[in-house]
Design a protein around this ligand. Structure first.
Ligand code: ATP
Length: 297
């Protein structure tokens, strides 16, 4: 196997009883890259991560992590993976100091500097108990513990967990530096899709356990265009058109994401609405592309 392939997933299928939730997922995460796994609630992200961690055996398909089959990872392989699972890592009755001491004992490569740096940002006394912290503060401790493990592969399932915008930005900046500097590999999921736009190299969008799009971030939006249109007419019926991926109301009118290139937009909207509008083309965000591909609900 190519040693640059840190995670390699082929035709992964999984069911819970009769409910099939993964329908042949494929993706590869290369060394030194940050990979975003995106999908709506219930899309199959955590199931995929549980298979990658060996917690679940897939019905079909292949899942290799660091070159080993995920369901039989060696102790050495496990040591090289840092996992942030949905929820928290910490025992609530412990203080920050006790939590560090507890986790440090499992990780020979414990990076005290990173832990101290992130705890200084938290600004709480180290004797402070986890149970007396806010949800976001607990998440900050959990992330510091994860970073201090100094693992080669970091898997962060829904890292945002109640964190405010400033801390999320600080953490992602830090993680970005850490990944590039130390050639680590990251797989991350977040419901705050916008956070990942500045950060991931490649992304996979899944919906109901199927791959909708898999590409380097810059290519993920290919073929999707955003238009701002001021109109007194109700444009929501456009949502029924196959090439229209989303119609959203804004204070000034509408934002429409469509598979229509700018040179054809004015004629297209005239043909569909019967009124002359001036569609203003804008650059769509990753979140726009995500909604265009997965739908609002
Ligand atoms: N232990 C389980 N038993 C039965 N069904 C499950 C179990 N865990 C998850 N599911 C179902 O599998 C599907 C995928 O769930 P999964 O947790 O993988 O989604 P997700 O993408 O992580 O969602 P979210 O963003 O809401 O965390 C859902 O329909 C869910 O109801």
């Amino acid at each position: 196997m190519n040693s640059d392939k840190v995670i390699c997933i082929e035709n992964l299928e999984h069911s819970y009883g009769n409910n099939k939730v993964l329908h042949g997922i494929n993706f590869t995460v290369e060394k030194g890259k940050t990979f975003g796994l995106l999908g709506k609630n219930g899309a199959g992200k955590t199931t995929t991560i549980n298979i990658m961690m060996g917690f679940l055996a897939p019905d079909k398909g292949k899942c290799l992590v660091l070159g080993e089959a995920a369901h039989s990872l060696s102790p050495d392989g496990k040591k090289r993976i840092g996992l942030l699972h949905e929820g928290h890592l910490c025992y609530e009755f412990m203080s920050i100091d006790q939590t560090e001491k507890f986790y440090k004992s499992f990780y020979p490569q414990w990076d005290m500097e990173i832990f101290d740096y992130l705890m200084k940002k938290l600004g709480l006394n180290r004797k402070h108990k986890i149970k007396h912290m806010s949800c976001g503060q607990r998440s900050q401790v959990a992330l510091a513990i994860l970073m201090a493990q100094n693992a080669d592969v970091l898997i962060l399932d829904d890292f945002s967990m109640g964190l405010d915008a400033g801390y999320r930005r600080l953490f992602l900046d830090h993680l970005n530096f850490y990944v590039k500097e130390r050639k680590k590999t990251v797989l991350i999921t977040s419901h705050i899709v916008q956070d990942l736009e500045r950060f991931v190299d490649d992304a996979l969008i899944i919906d109901k356990g199927k791959v909708l799009r898999s590409a380097p971030l810059a290519e993920l939006k290919n073929g999707l265009y955003g238009y701002r249109i001021k109109s007194a007419q109700d444009l929501t019926p456009l949502e029924a058109e196959a090439e229209i991926r989303d119609v959203s109301h804004t204070s000034g009118g509408y934002e429409i994401i469509a598979e229509i290139p700018p040179q054809d937009a004015a004629v297209y909207f005239f043909s569909k609405t019967g009124v002359e509008v001036t569609p203003e083309n804008y650059d769509i965000t990753l979140e726009d592309a995500f909604i265009a591909l997965t739908g609002k609900y």
